[in-house]
Ligand binder design. Sequence first.
Ligand SMILES: [Zn+2]
Length: 192
Amino acid sequence: MISEGKMRSGLISVVKDLEEKGFLPGASGNMSVRLNKTTILITPRGTKKGKLKPSDLVEVSLGGRLLRGSKSPSTELEMHLAIYRHVLEARVVLHAHPPFATAFAVAGLPFDHLAPPEMIESLGRIPLVPYGRSSTKELSHQLVPYLKNQHAFILADHGAVVYGDNLDEAYCRMESLEFCAKVAFLGKLISG
Ligand SMILES: [Zn+2]
């Protein structure tokens, strides 16, 4: 059983890694971890994520009630909660704007068929989730039908989201998703 302190510091360390990779431009992106059966910890809204401290994470019930924290939870709270409610094994959710994956998302083009098959085998298909307005329930409604058998998604006109059993798995999935998008883009470019 991992302590709450370790979960907080672990999530913040993943947030900093994503920031360093350039996946969280401005104050964008949001990340969460399942604390127990009924509550999660999520990043607060509007803050430059690389500057966050473990104590800045906000505790929220799966029903969306704020339980602990001096800041407001992320505006994408609903999307995170929808994943935890629908996928029992989801323990970590990461939403970011990695540039290549986001470019495909904005262009409305899936890219997994252009990525190395070996990567897609371990990552699974990467569906393009139809557009749902950011920070609304509409986005969660669009995402839910894709959740059962996939772990990594691009959100039309928006960015990328992954979930995993643990922090390392979720982080690797986000990193691999962006790698696949980059290879797909470069492959297309080279082959004309
Ligand atoms: Zn976003």
